[in-house]
Design a protein around this ligand. Structure first.
Ligand SMILES: *Cc1c(COP(=O)(O)O)cnc(C)c1O
Length: 364
């Protein structure tokens, strides 16, 4: 039986994509083999790789002035790659510390240069997005780094809180919200995302980077390892070495699925509707509450608590008996967290809200 899986990552994939993968597992397109068994240099895989890149470019409206790279190592590897590829000319960068991953990125980067936390919401356990002004950033910073959606704490940057960085290149970790809402790629110098939340199985990491930055060797620190240098993969269409073929193949199918769905605009509408169902319930509930500042709420990851640890545990246990699984919150927050990525059907969120209503009645 298939369950509603609220895992933060790796997470739910569209059922029709999984079925297609299943149907092609033994024989992809008449090749007599699975994509995971074929050469990454062969015509079939090269086509898949090209299609995936074109698909993402179309969905996000990415201009020719950007590279789209399919890398390995997860978003965490990019915590290192970003300073290594960007601090060559100027050794300063400013970070907005709005959650666990934002903090990790900041910490890793400190090995490579003079990093400054331009703002932080640590004072309130990351329950809000701090406001910044142009003056919050050093004018000579090589870049400003943000985590656009804070997966663990359930906040996100919106138009109202997006930093005004002027001419400073903006770098954004979109691991948990890429393709969930319409983004103007041109506002960013670099966007990166591990695939395992909104795109594909774990293994591939998407990097969208301005060609002008990648192509200027002076931006790269001299000791940047070959495998972490964006230019290495940019020059080889992400096929410098063996790529995560299977993940790229599934990503391609997810991009096609999303396009058929109506693209990111249609998906954003559905995501806002889904999140609204859950937040509307939370806002009137006498049992469940969320600590997140209302205007900063994520539409992908929604943490909530009853305020009683025992009751939280009981909720998670009973929910999973009702096919609503992986609702336990991250240990830094406690309670519950519902990750409702693109692939979570509306019916999954409705089922969760119905279950919460019932649980509330039974546990007054
Ligand atoms: C999951 C996540 C990461 C870590 O991704 P890995 O691919 O496991 O390295 C980093 N940043 C954000 C915002 C995430 O949600």
């Amino acid at each position: 039986m298939r369950v509603y899986n609220f895992s933060a990552g790796p997470s739910i994939l569209p059922e029709e994509v999984l079925r297609q993968v299943q149907s092609e597992m033994l024989d992809y397109g008449g090749t007599g083999m699975s994509v995971t068994e074929m050469s990454h240099r062969g015509k079939t895989f090269v086509e898949i790789n090209d299609e995936a890149e074109a698909g993402l470019r179309e969905l996000m409206n990415i201009g020719d002035d950007y590279y789209v790279l399919f890398l390995q190592g997860g978003a965490s590897m990019q915590f290192e790659a970003i300073p290594l590829n960007m601090l060559g000319k100027n050794n300063k960068a400013d970070y907005l510390v709005t959650g666990n991953f934002a903090q990790k990125a900041y910490k890793e980067g400190q090995k490579y240069g003079d990093l400054k936390a331009a703002a932080s919401s640590k004072d309130a356990n990351f329950t809000y997005i701090p406001k910044t002004t142009r003056e919050s950033f050093r004018p000579d910073a090589a870049y400003v780094h943000i985590a656009q959606n804070n997966t663990i704490f359930g906040t996100r940057f919106t138009a109202a809180t997006m930093p005004d960085v002027g001419d400073i290149p903006l770098v954004s970790d979109m691991s948990s919200n890429i393709l969930s809402e319409v983004m103007d790629v041109n506002k960013y110098a670099v966007i990166y995302a591990g695939a395992q939340k909104n795109i594909a199985p774990a293994g591939v990491t998407v990097v969208i980077a301005k060609k002008s930055i990648v192509d200027d060797p002076a931006n790269c620190l001299p000791y940047c390892p070959t495998m972490l240098k964006w230019k290495t993969q940019a020059d080889e269409k992400s096929l410098y070495n063996t790529p995560p073929c299977f993940s790229i193949y599934v990503a391609n199918l997810v991009f096609k699925y999303l396009k058929a769905f109506g693209g990111v605009t249609a998906m954003q509408k559905q995501n806002e509707y889904k999140a609204g169902l859950l937040y509307d319930f939370l806002d009137q509930s006498k049992l469940f509450k969320t600590a997140v500042n209302k205007v900063d709420r994520s539409i992908m990851n929604i943490p909530f608590v009853t305020g009683d640890e025992e009751l939280d545990n009981k909720f998670v246990k009973e929910a999973s008996k009702n096919a609503l699984v992986t609702l336990k919150g991250h240990k830094l927050v406690g309670g519950m967290r519902a990750s409702i990525y693109n692939a979570m059907p509306v019916d999954g969120v409705k089922a969760l809200v119905e279950f919460m209503k019932k649980f509330e009645c039974e546990n007054k």
